[in-house]
Design a protein around this ligand. Sequence first.
Ligand code: SF4
Length: 466
Amino acid sequence: MQKVIQTHAKAADIFCRDESRVDWHSKALWVLREKRDRAASSLPEWETLRALGSQIKLHTLNQLPGYLEAFEAKCLSQGVKVHWAKDGAEHNRIVHDILSRHGVKKLVKSKSMLTEECHLNPFLEGKGIEVIDTDLGERIIQLNHQPPSHIVVPAIHMKKEEVGDLFHEKLGTPKGESDPTRLTRAARAHLREQFLSADAAMTGVNMAVASEGAVIVCTNEGNADMGANLPKLQLHSMGIDKIVPDLDSAAVLLRMLARNATGQPITTYSSLYRTPKPGGEMHVIIVDNGRSAMMRDKLLGEALKCIRCGGCLNTCPVYRRSGGYSYGHTIPGPIGIAVGADEDDTHSSPWACTLCGSCSFVCPTKVPLDKIIFHRRRLYAERKSLPYGKSGYMPLVGRFMASPLLLDTGMAAARIALKILPHSLLKPMSGAWGKYRELPAAPGSSFEGWVKKNRPELLVKSKGEK
Ligand code: SF4
């Protein structure tokens, strides 16, 4: 498993050095958030769907063994082979065994965060199997030797001019070409050749329907379908959390998935696979990889309600301004902290959050992301494994904030410092993140002072209530 080697703030510092990229990245993601808002508000039943989606996922997670067994039995009865993997290493071994039994030399793969999580590509390439990612964004970053920086738009960190340079070098497009339509056409022609020459196809799974023994795969480019329908051998990798009871449950989640991701009513292709093609083989690999362990903590377990729409990344003020690679985990952003903080050796990722709650507000399945992230901080504090630096000063901050006298004096000093000292002197003290932000204008008084002066009746009322 990939391990984080530098704190989020340090990694964000690298991204923040290019201020124009930060602005552009933030705006590009905010466009998705705005589209999501329009799509959500076009459905009067949106909040009902969210409540239902949350209940469906919670219900299924609470009865996971039963639903997984029902799914397996149905798959087997339809001629689909089912495999179980406790972790990424076992998943990769299973995939390799299947591919080598069939003499596969080239595998086409559609986007799957689970295979990223298991580091399948380098594993297979090390065994001499060529892996071609067929989602356009995934192919771009694969050619650029990078992991995804976003779970839905994996190459969002790259500008079209950079993609043009990359395609010129790797695919022979004209130098200086940066027109998205022409670049997409070039990628499509290149990918067609890969589809036609592949020996096997692999996809991720958006949902696995227990009652049908079917997997649902959603793409906008049809690449999963091109892959799965051409070679005889098809593989589908899914986390245990992808199971849903029946088609009605899947329909609830499908109505929200694309709306919350990109503002579309539904993904262009939402395909169900449940039998091998004539003369072919269909394999489903069901992976745990830490999910059962996460479910032992009730709050952390709620992260498994996630349907990977990416909505929480698009709205997160920290993700938008620090980029996906600052998190150091396969899945970035709020959901990345919720599910991946254990992979972070610096223990810093839960502090890559303002606790503003915007992520929880947009989540279609009501994953309580801000609560989970706060809980992650608490767990570190309880285990006495706060990140370097915080373990020294956080107890002092606690004592400082517990004393009204110290807090009032400290805040008054800060207001004076903000007013009289040049910001160039103060900003270097605001850390890797703060030096790229403007300092706030100092308020004239404390909040308490403002209330005393402007809304004294509130103080009387709250005293009276006591
Ligand atoms: S946590 Fe919610 S908003 Fe974030 S990716 Fe998952 S489903 Fe989407």
